[in-house]
Design a protein around this ligand. Structure first.
Ligand SMILES: CC(C)(COP(=O)(O)OP(=O)(O)OC[C@H]1O[C@@H](n2cnc3c(N)ncnc32)[C@H](O)[C@@H]1OP(=O)(O)O)[C@@H](O)C(=O)NCCC(=O)NCCS
Length: 334
């Protein structure tokens, strides 16, 4: 029997505090017109002191389990995709496993930066289709506000905090995650990097002084990479799935920048009516971006049983990943 892996539950968690472009213009030399015209972002959510990658991940996971009508006791594995873990160690996934009561589950973190959730879908798919596990909770959770330099106008306007989770299960219904493409180009590592805090530059008075614990980015190069990577990976999974761009019901790209999304969608041949965009409200939530967008697409009845969906994540590494998914779980509109 060939088993498919399918999404049966979904949930998101966003901090309640919003920071608008006008708010940012009081912190750095920027304005709403510049940010909207370059990125399409209008506001982003910012975690308060008691909201962390872990708390957002737990909230999203519990909502996804409720949505699937499953208990945490049913979960075999918890994966948290994040580049802003709760601690250096232990893993955020182990903290989540304990907090949600997944007492018989394994747990680990996965770091593929903003592509983490998309990489996680491939990992979860592998565990399920090899019949090792039946039920997996995959969470993308990041608090980018904790690693952004709030004096650097070229990066601080781009990011926001948030988490999304899905429950994946083994099913004999055809569909689910059909095609997967994972890619990396480590030669581009310096283009988007947090230099300090690891084994090369352990945190020290010097790293704090020079600000190397903050995220640093070459925006233009990352922009170029993002458009090309998104386009190529989306086409790769579309072709593998045997779909044409006209047949794609919904494209859910990583929500880094609306211009990147529009440019890639144009190159792939998917009209913007069939593209889900919420970067205007949340900015780039890193590993949270795709599952948050997926939840909102479901809330807005943009997905029905049988919908053909393409997702693409990209980020530091450089790393990128895409999937072609045929939706199989009942939704509010099906
Ligand atoms: C960051 C980004 C929006 C910058 O847009 P851009 O059109 O490439 O802008 P540039 O980097 O060429 O900068 C143009 C000017 O705007 C200035 N600028 C940068 N940020 C600014 C801001 N927030 N407000 C006002 N001006 C700003 C720069 O200092 C530069 O000024 P200069 O010409 O006097 O040096 C764009 O490159 C981008 O989106 N890159 C991808 C980033 C991304 O998605 N990263 C995450 C991937 S997971």
């Amino acid at each position: 029997m060939n088993y498919a892996s399918t999404i049966v539950g979904w949930g998101k968690a966003l901090p309640s505090k919003s920071r608008t472009n006008a708010d940012l213009s009081k912190l750095v030399d920027t304005d709403d017109e510049w940010i909207v015209s370059r990125t399409g972002i209008r506001e982003r959510r910012i975690a308060s002191d008691n909201e962390t990658t872990f708390t957002l991940a737990c909230d999203a996971a519990n909502r996804a389990l409720d949505q699937a009508s499953l208990s945490a006791k049913d979960v075999d594995l918890v994966i948290v995709a994040t580049l802003t873990p709760e601690y250096g160690f232990p893993s955020t996934a182990s903290l989540v496993q304990d907090a949600i009561g997944a007492t018989t589950a394994g747990a680990f973190d996965l770091n593929a930066a903003c592509a983490g959730f998309a990489y996680g879908l491939a990992v979860a798919r592998g565990f399920i289709e090899s019949e090792m596990y039946r039920t997996i909770v995959l969470i993308g959770s990041d608090t980018m506000s904790r690693v952004v330099d709030w004096t650097d106008r070229s990066t601080c306007v781009l990011f926001g905090d948030g988490a999304g989770a899905v429950v994946l299960q083994r099913t004999d219904t055809p569909g689910g995650i059909g095609s997967t493409c994972l890619r990396s180009d480590g030669s581009g590592g310096p283009l988007l990097i947090q230099r300090a805090g690891g084994s090369r530059h352990p945190t020290s008075a010097q790293t704090l002084r020079d600000g190397s614990h903050y995220l640093r980015m070459n925006g233009r190069e990352v922009y170029r990479f993002a458009v090309t990577a998104t386009t190529e990976a989306a086409i790769a999974v579309m072709v593998d799935a045997g779909w044409t761009s006209n047949e794609v019901d919904l494209f859910i790209p990583h929500q880094a920048n609306v211009r990147i999304i529009e440019s890639a969608a144009r190159s792939i041949g998917i009209p913007m009516d069939n593209v889900f965009v919420n970067a205007d409200r949340y900015g780039n939530t890193s590993a949270g971006s795709i599952p948050i967008a997926l939840c909102e697409a479901l809330d807005h009845q943009r997905i029905q049983v049988g919908s053909k969906i393409i997702t693409v994540g990209f980020g530091a590494g450089l790393a990128w990943a895409a999937h072609a998914i045929t939706w199989t779980a009942p939704t509010a509109s099906s």
